[in-house]
Design a protein around this ligand. Structure first.
Ligand code: DGL
Length: 252
């Protein structure tokens, strides 16, 4: 069974891509809404939440894990793999597959993410390793606005304010927070149609397929666990996967 971890409903965008690549895998999803947003937390806080989130998924039977939350990627040090008794090929994160995807691309890159992700420098360092520069753009509060259902006008305003200083400086815009692809059309509208808006879920799902298939052939079941009740989460599960509320469990 594949376990997918995120701070809330953002990882549903990763699940959507994983479903394309591994339709028959059984999946258990954990969204830690009680502790969301993650994007303003310190590295130490995020390390604790990462171990808790991934441990919960393991305890529920996950044999392979996708850490969909970009904000915790810097916490996925080798020591964590040891702490959770995982082999490296049991864990997929967001940064490696994304960097690899653009390795040979002849494009000027920009990357939007939470302050925690940008502060960690993990994407900037990853791109440096393949000889590329990326413009890092933190958008404070955007993930929370999406998670907790702020209006499209407020969301658009936040994106405009963040992108304005970098206008015309990039050809591809990487949405390096799983919540952002939920409003990909707003990003596209603000960035303009000359810009390629990229959802890393595509690259991550391909990596998961390579690593997890054929071990993860099952019955195609999907279960959801959240740490706080959320009608918005349940509605997203309904609209994105056609699954009813009985598939979502709230843990305290
Ligand atoms: N969606 C997560 C990420 O990819 C975290 C967003 C948040 O909770 O601030 O970074």
């Amino acid at each position: 069974m594949i376990g997918i971890f995120d701070s809330g409903s953002g990882g549903l965008t990763v699940l959507r891509a994983v479903r394309e690549e591994l339709p028959s895998a059984d999946v258990v999803y954990f969204g830690d809404i009680k502790n969301a947003p993650y994007g303003g937390k310190t590295q130490a806080e995020l390390s604790v939440l990462t171990v808790q989130g991934l441990s919960l998924l393991k305890a529920r039977g996950a044999t392979h894990l996708i850490s969909a939350c970009n904000s915790v990627s810097a916490s996925l040090a080798l020591s964590l793999v040891d702490a959770l008794d995982l082999a490296p090929n049991q864990l997929v994160e967001m940064v490696g597959p994304t960097v690899r995807y653009f390795k040979h691309a002849d494009m000027r890159l920009a990357l939007c993410a939470t302050p925690a992700t940008i502060r960690s420098g993990i994407y900037q360092n990853g791109f440096k390793m393949v000889g590329k520069e990326v413009i890092p753009i933190a958008i404070p509060d955007l993930a929370a606005a999406i998670e907790f259902g702020k209006s499209e006008a407020e969301i658009k305003n936040m994106i405009e304010t963040a992108l304005e200083p970098h206008r015309s400086a990039f050809d591809a815009l990487i949405l390096a927070c799983t919540h952002y692809p939920l409003v990909a059309d707003v990003f596209q509208e603000v960035a303009g149609d000359k810009v390629t808006v990229f959802d890393p879920a595509v690259a991550v799902a391909e990596r998961a397929q390579k690593l997890f298939w054929p071990q993860e052939v099952g019955n195609g079941t999907t279960r959801f666990i959240i740490s706080q009740e959320s009608e918005i989460f349940r509605e997203r599960v309904r609209s994105m996967f056609g699954l009813g509320g009985e598939m979502t469990e709230v843990v305290k």
